[in-house]
Design a protein around this ligand. Structure first.
Ligand SMILES: *Cc1c(COP(=O)(O)O)cnc(C)c1O
Length: 230
């Protein structure tokens, strides 16, 4: 399927899942995951209305940014971020989805201060406690927020998770429901300078379930660009 047809299908499924949870398609932000996708195809996606792209490797962001910086694209860092690489992307990305330690948050805060900006971040939570080696445990979230809320140059905007891979997305529905619960708990706690605006969950295999459980950002690669051939 070409990118245009895939995008249409994805948008329709987003609309249906949003309707199932009493929302509109436009309430859900689509991040087109462009890792391994060449810049010509990203330009094509941009011409078809894609406005947010997600990358998981710093080097790939830097290479593509050179080519695409004139395009009206919002860059999202969705992969594990090493502290020593924060400085390369701090002035390029709109949202970092993958903050999973105090040390990383401190480095982002320091570099954002130097760059004269306040950067939006999400905490990556490893809800299932298995499969993925990245993301903080549920139990670590509270302590993290206590420390990170003092960091003037990062703005905590919500939570992100990667569900374990399954053939049947119904199996991971409880993972999404649990993250939504944590999201609501933090919102209710009304911690100064911590905002729960974004819940980033759902990929090609499970995004409709994630939206039904409350996701308002989905990260979709294969479903738009086809198989990455790995
Ligand atoms: C690759 C990736 C995605 C997209 O995966 P697809 O299954 O291709 O949709 C989403 N989120 C993260 C963090 C990724 O690394």
């Amino acid at each position: 399927m070409d990118i245009g047809s895939s995008l249409k299908l994805v948008k329709r499924r987003i609309e249906e899942a949003a309707a199932a949870s009493g929302r509109k398609g436009e309430d859900v932000k689509l991040v087109a995951v462009t890792k391994t996708v060449g810049t010509d195809r990203i330009k094509e996606a941009a011409s078809l209305g894609v406005t947010c792209i997600g990358e998981n490797r710093v080097q790939e962001i830097l290479d593509k940014y050179q080519v695409l910086k004139e395009y009206p694209l919002e860059w999202h860092m969705i992969g594990h971020l090493q502290r020593n690489k924060v400085k390369y992307i701090i002035d390029k990305v709109a949202l970092i989805h993958s903050v999973d330690s105090i040390a990383l948050a401190e480095e982002i805060n320091r570099r954002a201060l130097q760059a004269g900006r306040r950067i939006d971040v999400l905490l990556q939570v490893n809800v299932s406690g298995e499969e993925s080696k990245y993301g903080m445990s549920q139990g670590a979230v509270q302590g993290f927020l206590e420390r990170a809320k003092e960091m003037q140059n990062i703005h905590i905007r919500g939570l992100m998770t990667i569900a374990p891979y399954t053939h049947d997305p119904e199996e991971v529905r409880p993972v999404f429901a649990r993250l939504k619960d944590i999201f609501e708990e933090i919102k209710t706690a009304a911690i100064p300078r911590v905002d729960m605006d974004f819940l980033s969950m759902g990929m090609t295999g499970d995004y409709t379930v994630a939206i039904e459980e409350g996701a308002n950002i989905v990260r979709i690669g294969t479903g738009i660009f086809g198989s990455r051939g790995q």
